[in-house]
Every structure is written in C-alpha cells, then in structure tokens.
Design a protein around this ligand. Structure first.
Ligand code: NAD
Length: 294
C-alpha cells in the first residue's frame, strides 16, 4: 500500500487527507494543533509524533502549511529523513522564491518535488474537487498526478519549479481586482437608482461578465449561493485574499512587473482587513466601498 505523509492538517489539509484515506492510501499525519489531530484521527489518518516520524515510511509527502517560512522550516527538518525516492508535494500557497528554495532543498537529497497549490477552498477540499496548479519536472508531475486525483477536480501542469505558485497568485490577483470592479459597479448602480437585479441581468450576459459577478456576486439576491446571502461568511476570507495579493505584489516587485491595479487591490484589502473584517468573505469589500460600518 502506498503511504502518504500529510503535514499541516488545518482547514484544508484535514479534508484533503480524509479523501486520500477514502481512496485507500495509508496516511500518516502531523500538525502542531492537537484539536486538528483529533479530527484527522476520526478521518482515519494515523497520527505521528512529529513531521520526521510522519515522513519516515512515506512514499509521498504532502505539506499544507500557512506560508513559505513554515514550508522551508519543515522541509529542512524532513528532507534528509525521507525515504529514498520519495515525492514531495507542497500544496500550501506560498511565495515563488520560497517554493523554488523548497524544491532545491529536497533536490539536494535526491527527492522529486512539485509545488501544487490549490483553488476551490474548504468546500472543494471536502468534495475532492480542488484545482491543482503544479510546478516541477515532467517526472515529478507524472508521479504526483495519481496521488492528487482523489482530492482534485482538475490538475494542470503549469511548468517548472514554482510555476504552480506563479499561476495561483496571478489567478488570485485577477480575482481580487475583478471583485473590487464588480463591487464598485454595484455601488455606483445603487447611487444611480439601478436595481441589483437589473445590473446583474445586463452585466452577466454582457462584456462585464466574470466569475466575481456570476458565481460570487457581492450583493444578495442574484446568485443565491454567494456569501452575500449568508452575511458574508467565508467562503474565502479577506485575510487570505490579502495574503495572496501581497504575494502577487512581492513577486511583481522581484521581477519588475507593473501591476498597478494589483497594488491598489492589495491596499484596499489591507484597509478592509484593518477595519476588523479579516474573517469576512472577501466579497464583503462592497460594504467597505459603500462606506458601511464594519
Ligand atoms: P490552516 O491555518 O487552517 O492550516 C494550516 C495548518 O498548518 C495549521 O493546522 C497549523 O497548525 C499547521 N502547521 C503550521 N506549522 C506547522 C508545522 N511546522 N508542522 C506541522 N503543522 C504545522 O490553513 P488552511 O486554510 O488549511 O490553508 C493552508 C494553505 O492553503 C495556506 O497556504 C492557504 O493560503 C492555502 N489555501 C487556503 C484556502 C482556504 O480556503 N482555506 C484555499 C486555497 C489555498
């Protein structure tokens, strides 16, 4: 039986690990938070005492951690202790530079690696329908694909080391900017006396059409499943949107790309977070733009 080590059993990691157990893998898990280990055990994950113990017998190692510094620190601990020929998959959303450093750390020990961040949120993690964006060699990707399948709706090989993280932050920069654009249009429509539904009916079938409007509409009504109908409960928290926009701006700076709207979106989400809305869904930025209190 293939054994998979899963390090980082939080909101995303736990349901992802559960889907690997359901698919018949032996999953050896570790997290720093005891409550998360309790949930993982209930899903059939074998709990290990630490990350090194988790990777010892594993054919593949998946990390799902908050940020680059956590991934680099865990990789530094485990790379030398992993089984020969093991495959390392990092699904955390982290900066491209740290992702490439993580690849290099593992490569020093002869390990195959891919960066494979995801989109689809906790709902997609539970349903096994995440989109994985992978960066790494063809060999590493070929080995990773069957392991990712039970957690995935779609798996895209984006290119070499770091390409998965690059795709993730570019996509989420589009998302942050487009949500602000859609929200501004609804605020303007309100002031012009145009109903939410009328704007939606026109824009959703016109050139203003986009995911932020038709799937994740920031006003209640037109799309009943959007977080606007549920008090702006996430969904995708504003804190995570800010994290991804900051990553996009760090990356833009490091390569000299001009992303003025990405920079503005990062500023607006920083202000929205600072007024106490970091835990709200990111589409709640419409209330901030309207000038409504937190
Ligand atoms: P989370 O905070 O719920 O989980 C991260 C887990 O990592 C925590 O349980 C924490 O205890 C654990 N951890 C931290 N350092 C560790 C260490 N040294 N050893 C073992 N465990 C350690 O976060 P999450 O929502 O599961 O997100 C994980 C990653 O996925 C992040 O990079 C996030 O940006 C990305 N992501 C999240 C979502 C989402 O909707 N939540 C969507 C897409 C991508």
């Amino acid at each position: 039986m293939t054994t998979i080590a899963f390090i980082g059993l939080g909101n995303m990691g736990n349901p992802m690990a559960a889907n690997l157990v359901k698919a018949g893998y032996a999953v050896h898990g570790f997290d720093l938070v005891p409550e998360n280990l309790v949930i993982a055990r209930e899903h059939g994950v074998v709990i290990m005492a630490n990350a090194v113990a988790a990777v010892k017998d594993a054919d593949a190692v998946i990390t799902m951690l908050p940020a680059g510094k956590h991934v680099l620190s865990v990789y530094a601990d485990i790379a030398a202790k992993a089984k020969k020929g093991a495959l390392f998959i990092d699904s955390s959303t982290i900066d491209v530079e740290s992702a490439r450093k993580a690849h290099a750390t593992a490569a020093k020990h002869g390990l195959l690696t891919i960066d494979a961040p995801v989109s689809g949120g906790t709902g997609g993690a539970a349903a096994g329908t995440l989109t994985f964006m992978a960066g790494g060699s063809k060999d590493a990707f070929a080995k990773a694909e069957p392991i990712l399948k039970p957690m995935a709706g779609r798996i895209v090989h984006c290119g070499d080391d770091g390409a998965g993280q690059a795709a993730k932050i570019c996509n989420n920069m589009i998302l942050g900017i487009s949500m602000i654009g859609v929200a501004e249009a609804f605020v303007l429509a309100e002031k012009l006396g145009l109903s939410h539904q009328a704007l939606f009916d026109v824009a959703s079938t016109s050139s203003g059409q986009c995911w932020s409007l038709t799937t994740y509409c920031p006003v209640p009504g037109p799309v009943p499943t959007s977080p606007a109908n549920n008090g702006y409960k996430p969904g995708f928290a504003a804190a995570l949107m800010l994290k991804d926009l900051k990553l996009s701006q760090e990356a833009a700076q490091s390569v000299g790309a001009a992303t003025p709207l990405g920079a503005e979106a990062a500023q607006l989400y920083a202000l929205f977070n600072a007024q106490g809305d970091a835990g709200a869904d990111f589409s709640g930025i419409i209330n901030f733009l309207r000038g409504d209190p937190a």
